[in-house]
Write a protein that binds this ligand. Structure first.
Ligand code: GDP
Ligand code: MG
Length: 163
């Protein structure tokens, strides 16, 4: 059975954009409005010669206190549980937020391998957020731009051991 890789993180960090880039089909809804991806979406992903099943997860709720509750929390938990490894995205332009910390805790507790992606890093706009990301305690960040396809070689190297 193909390996599943879950895309996890708070709303608006670019999970669905990365999913669409990897899957190459418009399966996941991408929107500026946080929380638009309400259900897990799976697709056959390709990165160079690597193949896997990418699992997009919901954006959760806007309010941090409600963010990890209910159905969408369950969807994230289920995706993480089934995954061989998780791609944990943050918005490098926005820097590390309390909700990012919550996701980092959730992922550490899961015991799954985590690949930390500092997204929206095109043009060095995410430099500050990139260095902040070390404090999440889930390993060294990789700077990427899901929108512009930057950092994909580094992502390839990080994913390779799990596939
Ligand atoms: P999700 O809620 O985590 O699934 O985030 P989306 O994929 O829906 O993206 C949220 C917003 O961030 C959209 O407006 C995207 O166009 C934008 N976005 C995603 N990736 C990048 C990126 O690499 N750079 C920039 N500048 N914007 C991005
Ligand atoms: Mg989404």
């Amino acid at each position: 059975m193909p390996v599943k890789i879950a895309l996890v993180g708070r709303p608006n960090v670019g999970k669905s954009t990365l999913f669409n880039r990897l899957v190459g089909k418009r399966l996941a809804l991408v929107d500026d409005t946080p929380g638009v991806t309400r259900d897990r979406r799976e697709g056959d992903a390709k990165l160079g010669d690597l193949t896997f099943i990418a699992v997009d997860t919901p954006g959760l709720e806007e309010a941090p206190e409600a963010a990890l509750e209910g159905r969408m929390r369950k969807q994230t938990d289920a995706a993480v549980a089934e995954a061989a490894a998780c791609l944990f995205l943050i918005d490098a332009r926005a820097g590390v937020t309390p909700l990012d910390q919550t996701f980092a805790s959730l992922l550490r507790a899961s015991g799954k391998p985590v690949i930390l992606l500092a997204n929206k890093a095109e043009g060095n706009a995410g430099d500050a957020g990139f260095y902040d990301a070390y404090a999440l305690g889930v390993g060294d960040p990789i700077a990427i731009s899901a929108e512009h396809g930057e950092g994909m070689a580094e992502l390839y190297n990080a994913l390779d051991p799990f596939l």
